[in-house]
Design a protein around this ligand. Structure first.
Ligand code: NDP
Length: 687
């Protein structure tokens, strides 16, 4: 059986606030496994310039008015709402040829990516609308002119053009960082599997969580949309290198310097280390990983292992183990019990893969599988785009150019032998830039040599061994916190990679001016900006506290007894504090010095307000530096200034960052750091 039959539906685009069908009936889309019609797709008649304008005008200002935390909360609510509806998505996903585990990567992997960005947004970004980037640059001797790099959201839209293989993840991994940045999106899924993306967007729109225009969907061609792009827009593309290059060189993209992120063909390699001979755990892990990468999503994964690089002496054992494993892969209907691999996405795709296998056969022999014969555990071989896994072997890998150039986007890999590790690295590099590479070894020297040799050619490198076998996320899994993208043939783009991925949709600007005005722009206190002195700032709740509230403390002289007491009390009897001759012999000191942590402790003693109050907890310090030695008899004083206030959504408190500067009797800065505290929104606490 397969997903319950239902009449094919006519897909609609969600544009300018309405679900809109194309003017024609459109292209018929078939169930990958049964050949039953699933949907019709067409976008003719849409006003693509108006779509971009709607995003820019209706949603852009609303998104930009929200803070990072508000946008992160929005993503969290959306992710949770989608998770509740996941079973409906799985049912539709079967029609694309995806098994339940394949669908898990696409559906729950996509929603999980959105939730990770939501969580990173709340934890790693301030609750502001603009980001500061790097330290303040002081440009004048008297501190009256400084500069700060800021990041602000682009005022256009991001057009996300996706491949057919991940109709849900492909959309969510792109829109999550974009929306967190404050930029509206237009999503154009690949036609073949657009019915699943359309269903998810319908559910997103129904939640009402996103501001209108923040997400629009084009089902079908994007028409002349690219003609209307401006320098405030961005395009991301996942698909074939040919289409990617065409879009990247589109006249409007070139003329307006539109940011273009491309992720295309990638001939990912996995290397079996010379130490990982048959019988070792690494050999077995390698076999499992290669077989998994060939069969998950029927090999239609941009990160799948296409080139299997192994020591020549291990090739017979490796081929035998892979042949055995791949031979047991039950090919059949995606939702049938026991199916391990579903069909390719379409007959066209299968024909394309068969042609690419023929290209590879010019330099490699098939050692497992037959591309022209289908062996099924369930389903009708004539009705679905089924293809059993095919393993090839190229005995002369340096002369096997097609293996390093042809991406057979299906369950196909080629084994390449190497005679020494340098050759293995060179072979991996012959992919001319890939998304990911992996090495299976338990040898530190091999890990170092391979990673340093292949890293410049890849966006991600995985080291597999026995110690990480149970916890490894695997060769083929892009993760929200890690870079996804690769140089050269892989497109030269970068997606996700944590908060760095959010910044792709923001402009970095160096803002120069007087500190008071720079501080007003960034919402952050900076050196030289205005300060206020009234009650002790620790007596103020978030409702009362202001950026620039400052405390200048009393003074405290550090004595020899203090240092010796601290040394014996903590056990830190390091010679620089305790042994005069050794301290003097040290090029950094003229005499015995106070401990840095003693200075920080005395500073806390000087700046705290000891009574119960709105400051709830101290949760750390950032960027602590001890800048001038403190000798016995030196007198310390602290200047504590409220630098950044981040009220937490859905909580009774927020985070406050304090600039803490400790000076000596000569005004020299002896220590500088940020103190991080949790502060109640109101005080006394309600309830
Ligand atoms: P395509 O490059 O044909 O399509 C990718 C996306 O671009 C689709 O959404 C497609 O829409 C869209 N597109 C195509 N032409 C245009 C255009 N002129 N203007 C705007 N958008 C356009 O790739 P496929 O998805 O069909 O896959 C083909 C091959 O690409 C695969 O066999 C595989 O080799 C490779 N591929 C590589 C991936 C990777 O990351 N390594 C991922 C996916 C594919 P539509 O579907 O409506 O034509």
């Amino acid at each position: 059986m397969n997903a319950p039959a239902r009449p094919p539906r006519r897909l609609e685009s969600y544009v300018c606030g309405a679900w809109t069908p194309g003017q024609k009936e459109g292209q018929e889309l078939l169930d990958a496994a049964t050949g039953a019609p699933v949907a019709y797709i067409d976008s003719s008649g849409l006003d693509f310039a108006a779509v971009l304008d709607h995003g820019r005008k209706a949603a852009g200002p609303k998104l930009r008015a929200m803070s990072f935390h508000e946008r992160a909360e929005m993503l969290k609510a959306l992710g949770l709402a989608l998770m509740e509806r996941k079973e409906e998505f799985y049912a539709e996903s079967f029609r694309t040829g995806a098994t339940r585990p394949d669908g898990w990567i696409d559906i729950e992997g996509g929603i999980g990516t959105m939730l990770t960005f939501a969580s990173k947004g709340r934890r790693e970004l301030p609750n502001t609308r603009v980001l500061t980037d790097g330290d303040l640059e002081i440009l004048s001797k008297d501190g009256s002119f400084s500069a700060q790099h800021i990041l602000s959201p682009l005022q256009g839209v991001a057009v996300h053009i996706n491949a057919f293989n991940f109709p849900v993840w492909g959309m969510l991994e792109k829109i999550a960082p974009t929306l967190l940045a404050g930029v509206p999106c237009v999503v154009k899924p690949a036609s073949q599997t657009a019915y699943l993306t359309e269903l998810v967007v319908r559910r997103i729109v129904e939640t009402g969580i996103l501001p209108e225009g923040a997400l629009q969907l084009i089902c079908g061609s994007v028409g002349d949309m690219l003609d209307h792009l401006t320098g405030q827009d961005a395009v991301t593309f996942t698909g074939s290198a040919w289409t990617g290059r065409k879009l990247k060189s589109h006249p409007a993209v070139v003329a307006n310097s539109v940011r273009f992120t491309m992720e295309a063909d990638s001939l990912n390699a996995s290397i079996l280390g010379p130490d990982a001979v048959a019988g070792t755990p690494e050999f077995d892990l390698f076999v499992k990983e290669v077989a998994r990468e060939m069969t998950v999503k029927a090999g239609q994964k941009c990160t799948a292992i296409r080139r299997v690089i192994a020591p020549r002496a291990q090739v017979p054992a490796l081929v035998e183990a892979l042949r055995d494993r791949l031979g047991k892969t039950a090919l059949g209907l995606p939702d049938a019990e026991g199916t391990r691999m579903g069909p390719l996405a379409s007959f066209d795709q299968r024909e394309e893969v068969r042609e690419r296998i023929r290209d590879l056969q010019a330099v490699a022999e098939i050692v497992a599988g037959n591309p022209d014969e289908v062996r099924l555990a369930s389903g009708d071989a004539g009705a679905g785009a089924f293809l059993n896994p095919v393993l090839l072997y190229a005995d002369k890998p340096f002369a096997a150019q097609p293996v390093h150039e042809v991406e057979a986007f299906g369950p196909v890999s080629t084994v390449l032998p190497y005679d020494d590790l340098g050759e293995a690295i060179e072979l991996a590099q012959m992919g001319k830039g890939s998304l990911v590479s992996s090495v299976f070894t338990d040898d530190k020297a091999v890990a170092e040599e391979v990673v340093l040799g292949v890293a410049p050619h890849h966006g991600r490198v995985l080291i597999g061994n026995r110690a990480s076998a149970k916890t490894s996320t695997g060769h083929g899994s892009p993760l929200a916190g890690l870079v996804h993208g690769g140089p050269g043939r892989a497109g030269g783009g970068e997606e996700m990679g944590g908060i760095r991925g959010v910044k792709h949709y923001m402009q970095r600007t160096a803002v120069q001016g007087a500190p008071r005005l720079l501080s007003a722009v960034t919402g952050r206190w900076i050196e030289g900006a205005e300060v206020q002195h009234d009650v002790h700032p620790f007596r103020k709740s978030l409702a009362e506290l202001k950026i620039g509230d400052q405390l200048i403390t009393a003074k405290r002289t550090v004595t020899k007894e203090d240092v010796e007491h601290f040394a014996h009390f903590t056990g830190d009897t390091f010679y620089a504090h305790m042994d005069e001759a050794s301290a003097k012999a040290n090029q950094f000191f003229d005499d015995r010095v106070a401990h840095g942590y003693l200075i920080a402790s005395f500073a806390a003693g000087l700046f705290v307000e000891p009574n119960p109050g709105p400051v709830l907890a101290n949760y750390g310090v950032d960027n602590m530096r001890f800048l001038t030695p403190v000798y016995f008899g030196d007198t310390l004083q602290v200047r504590l200034t409220c630098k950044e206030i981040n009220p937490r959504a859905n909580a009774e408190h927020g985070e406050v960052r304090w600039d803490c500067q400790v000076t000596n009797q000569d005004g020299a800065v002896v220590a500088q750091y940020d103190v991080l505290t949790m502060v109640a929104k109101t005080w006394p606490l309600q309830g």
